[in-house]
Design a protein around this ligand. Structure first.
Ligand code: IVH
Length: 677
């Protein structure tokens, strides 16, 4: 295809993809299958790769991510990002209404005058606030709250959020900011925690922390995979189209923004109170968390008249829901042993209704918490469901404590294998150190090994693993590959067909690429992404085993904890033995030739800073090329910078600094020559 046709096709594809995106993520009404959608996106990406000069910063291909942000630039907000004052009761709300009426010179005692202030009620989304700046209908910058005066530029990551429009439609102002909340839907949060548990990491406390942690990640493709969402709720700028908040929200909706359908324009404080009451119960049926309701005076003239205090607007307030609390009896404390040996004490409760579900169990977290709360079996405990998903025990109803109860004694030995527990310094949890023999740890490791993102052995589910372990046929992941069909057939529910499937599944997984094998062997803290990065960098397991901690730390995403954990893993003879056996069984312990050939080490040891606009490649593409060929990207010039890759309109500060430090400045052409060598 020639360039003219490519340009036309790219335009068509981009607009078609964004329409489907909008239908799926904003309207909740998909208009195309995932497969067809992926096809369109693939075609677009292929064309953009072929004609890099046609890649626009608003292309839907940006949503896939890939660009790395080493350091988030700090930028000043055009308008400070204020917060809201909080209220907790009907009285607080009536007080707010009175202050508003008085501030506007209306008589609150006069029943009829209340209709002259209209309020917009919105859900208070529990995530992180974001300021989205648009110029000529294009998303140009996304900034976090920071300290309210300046925040972090997280544009690259924000672009991966499908409900944030990259390009607007309709009649929008040439320049404005819109604020909203980025959040993580609860199903995604649950998925992530399941995976964290699998690799031995403590679960994220709540979707809010998960969302803000995700937005600060360096690799935007990981952000893309987290499927964050965003609602907008506040428009700012010199030329916003309407003179009231609600009308502007509707306008924003028509330009493509995700505005909550639950926002309502209400006539008086009584309707506001009804709205609050309704959502206090209904909130549990939403697919995301809200922690209250936001009430805003609708009319801008009235907002102006009311003005701001130092911290928050006088024309708006947040009503915070009380976390629902109940009291119930603690029947028993049991102890769970996780895949990594971490012990979690669990409170088994007399079932009680809370926040729309029946609660029977609550985590007691660790020994310190049990001691601090002084919870005892037989106590009545207060259980709360706040922002956290798992209910919490927040205290004991001492008025109901029976005489002769005993303080809880934390277990000293593993409830599964009897091994004395250990507790590392600074760690909250006790651990069972018997990694290789403690049943839930052994079984957990095998389940992880067989799981979809690891070796993907369909025919080796949890039940089968349980069975194999109990029958004494397997004690570790290497034993799986010694299994013979004859050994399987005598097992219960194991017919000829399932035995064949299992043997075939184990055979087929020998083709699973190295990066997934690295994830599958279950080194603590080495998740899917980390495994991928390490595999790409070290290329083989032998190479990885030969690295020092310092060398490991040079890999993206590998910090001290991971480096330590990898070193510990390979220091253990038993692990080495298992790896050796897996190798002999034929698993992939190095990148395939194809994978090795992709990329080069031409830029090994070199650090680049990219600045300005380029003719042949986008900046993201240049960054990828650098990493692909073994180089490193950095956001700022320092003594460690090898080259400043300079395009048009480069910042004068960067140029000055490079000259001062004697950093070599090269053009896009020079860079291409380096790669051609
Ligand atoms: S309006 C000046 N509306 O709650 C008014 N905020 O302290 C700015 N939030 O920082 C905020 N949902 O992060 C507004 N519908 C909503 C909201 C909302 C959540 C967050 C926002 C803000 C905090 C209030």
């Amino acid at each position: 295809m020639d360039k003219v046709h490519a340009e036309k096709r790219i335009k068509e594809l981009s607009s078609e993809i964004e329409i489907h995106n909008h239908n799926y993520y904003v309207n909740d009404k998909p208009t195309i299958s995932d497969f067809e959608f992926d096809k369109l996106l693939e075609e677009l990406i292929a064309l953009e790769n072929q004609f890099p000069e046609l890649l626009l910063s608003t292309s839907p291909s940006q949503r896939v991510g890939g660009a790395i942000t080493k350091e988030f630039k700090s930028v000043k907000h055009t308008y400070p990002m204020l917060s809201l004052s909080n209220s907790y009761s009907t009285e607080d709300m009536i007080d707010f209404d009175r202050r508003v009426q008085e501030g506007l010179g209306l008589q609150s005692a006069d029943l009829f005058s209340s209709s002259t202030v209209k309020y917009v009620c919105e859900l208070k989304f529990d995530g992180l606030s974001i300021g989205l700046n648009y110029t000529n209908g294009q998303l140009v910058q996304a900034v976090t709250r920071g300290d309210g005066v300046q925040g972090d530029d997280v544009t690259t990551n924000a672009k991966t959020i499908r409900s944030i429009p990259l390009k607007l439609k309709g009649n929008f102002p040439s320049s404005f900011e819109i604020r909203g909340e980025i959040f993580m839907p609860r199903t995604i949060f649950d998925e992530i925690n399941k995976e964290r548990e699998e690799i031995g990491e403590s679960p994220l406390a709540n979707p809010r922390n998960a969302a803000s942690g995700t937005m600060k990640m360096q690799d935007s493709s990981v952000v893309a995979s987290r499927r964050l969402d965003c609602f907008v709720y506040y428009m700012l700028g010199e030329e916003v189209p309407f003179k009231s908040h609600f009308e502007n929200l509707n306008a924003a909706k028509s330009w493509g923004f995700n505005v909550s359908k639950h926002s309502k324009l209400l006539d008086n404080i009584n309707e506001v109170l009804e709205f609050i009451e309704y959502w206090d119960k209904e909130r549990f049926n939403l697919p995301y968390d809200i922690d209250g309701i936001v009430i805003k005076v609708n009319d801008y003239k009235q907002q102006l008249q009311l003005g701001f205090t130092a911290k928050s607007p006088r024309w708006a307030i947040a009503y915070k829901f009380k976390a629902e609390q109940v009291s119930t009896e603690l029947l028993e404390i049991t102890y769970q042993v996780g895949r990594t040996g971490a012990i979690t004490p669990v409170a088994n409760l007399k079932p009680v209704a809370l926040g729309g579900t029946t609660v029977k169990r609550a985590s007691l977290h660790n020994a310190d918490i049990i001691e601090k709360l002084d919870v005892r079996v037989g106590d009545f405990v207060f259980v709360e469901k706040g922002g956290e998903i798992i209910p919490k025990i927040i205290g004991v109803d001492l008025t109901k404590r029976q005489a002769h109860t005993n303080p809880t004694k934390y277990i000293t030995h593993c409830p599964e294998c009897g091994t004395p527990l250990i507790r590392d310094e600074g760690e909250a949890n006790h651990f069972c150190p018997n990694e290789m023999e403690c049943p839930p740890q052994v079984i957990g490791k095998m389940e992880h090994f067989a799981s979809r993102k690891a070796m993907n052995i369909d025919s080796l589910g949890g039940e089968t693993i349980d069975q194999l372990f109990k029958a004494g046929l397997v004690k570790n992941i290497a034993d799986l590959f010694d299994l013979k069909k004859e050994q399987l057939l005598p097992l219960e529910r194991m017919a000829e067909k399932s035995a064949n499937n299992l043997i075939e599944g184990l055979e087929a997984c020998k083709n699973v690429p190295f990066e997934r094998v690295l994830y599958a062997i279950g080194i603590r803290h080495v998740g899917e992404t980390t495994a991928k990065k390490i595999a790409k960098k070290v290329k083989s397991l032998d190479a990885l085993m030969g690295l020092t901690k310092e060398q490991l730390l040079e890999t993206d995403e590998v910090g001290g904890v991971i480096a330590e954990s990898i070193a510990d893993f390979f220091a253990d003879e038993k692990n080495k033995n298992i790896i050796e056996r897996l190798k002999n069984a034929g698993l992939q312990f190095e990148l395939s030739e194809e994978q090795q050939q992709a990329g080069s080490d031409k830029l090994n040891g070199l650090t680049f800073v990219i600045s300005g606009v380029f003719n042949k490649h986008s900046r993201d593409q240049l960054k990828e090329l650098i990493e692909f060929n073994g180089g490193k990207n950095s956001g700022s010039i320092s003594g460690k910078t090898s080259y400043l890759l300079a395009g048009d309109n480069m910042g004068p500060e960067k140029l000055k600094k490079a000259e001062k430090l004697g950093v070599k400045i090269i053009s896009e052409d020079d860079f291409e020559k380096m790669l051609d060598k």
